[in-house]
Ligand binder design. Structure first.
Ligand code: ZN
Ligand code: ZN
Length: 264
């Protein structure tokens, strides 16, 4: 069972998880949740239970906190094979996709999986969005970080529309990193067709202008319910975008291995 651990030195969460060896969409043994019509085919929504699972367990202990990796994960697959065609999607297509993800988030909001929502898509993989809702990390910052970001954007603004501002974050983790936030404080659930179309236009336009095509697109929202979209180079998953360190082998298994080597 995968496990969340709080690093007592940095107070940052990590997850002990073997990285999925194969493409989740090709290999899914998940439960088909629903099919949604899209571009003459169906988007298939599967629940993924390998990495995080719905659970009633809380993080235990005082200093060395850990818990089974609870939360929820599903994939929304809009292409049946590899070679993501996202770059060929029209603004209308992207807008529809955004609204389908929003509807899934709204449908899941009645369950208590956690307050961090994230949907990621690697734009050169198998065409799907990987949607996760996680109880970690715990955002200790009381104000809405998106509102504060927008107020303090200064020289990092790229452009803005009526509804959105596009900017470089205060401390990017990648050389090209673009954040798109609604200027007004609104949740992803509150996004209507007009706002979705505006956002889709900004995403399509930005992606078409960037020479780099090996990119990840992500939609994020934390407990303050002011969503944002990130565009970054490379293949990034939900854990790395939420600063949750991934450890592929448990510390106990590492110790057992070292005991065998060192004690003999
Ligand atoms: Zn695949
Ligand atoms: Zn806000």
């Amino acid at each position: 069972m995968n496990e969340f651990r709080l690093n007592p030195d940095t107070l940052q969460f990590g997850i002990v998880t073997p990285r999925p060896a194969e493409c989740m969409a090709c290999k899914t043994k998940g439960q088909l949740i629903e099919s949604v019509p899209f571009k003459g085919e169906d988007i298939k929504v599967y629940e993924i239970k390998e990495r995080v699972q719905p659970s009633k367990y809380e993080l235990k202990g005082k200093d060395f906190k850990s818990s089974p990796a609870h939360g929820y994960e599903e994939i929304l697959v809009d292409q049946s094979s590899h070679g993501d065609k996202f770059y060929s999607y029209s603004v209308e297509d992207i807008s529809k996709l955004l609204l389908i993800i929003k509807n899934r988030k709204t449908a899941l909001s009645k369950y208590d999986f956690g307050e961090n929502f994230i949907a990621t898509r690697y734009l050169q993989g198998h065409g799907y969005f990987d949607l996760m809702i996680l109880p970690v990390p715990n955002n200790v910052y009381k104000k809405c970080i998106q509102c504060v970001n927008i107020e303090n954007v200064d020289g990092r603004e790229i452009r803005r529309t009526e509804n959105f501002i596009e900017y470089v974050p205060f401390f990017p983790i990648k050389e090209i990193e673009i954040d798109i936030s609604p200027i007004k404080h609104i949740s992803f659930d509150a996004m209507d067709e007009v706002i979705a179309f505006d956002l889709a236009g900004m995403i399509a336009n930005t992606l078409s202008k960037l020479k780099e095509k090996n990119m990840t697109l992500a939609i994020l929202e934390d407990k303050n319910k002011h969503f944002s979209v990130k565009i970054l180079p490379g293949e990034l998953d939900a854990f790395s975008l939420l600063n949750i360190k991934e450890l592929q082998v448990s510390p106990e298994a590492i110790a057992e291995n070292l005991r065998k080597k060192i004690q003999v």
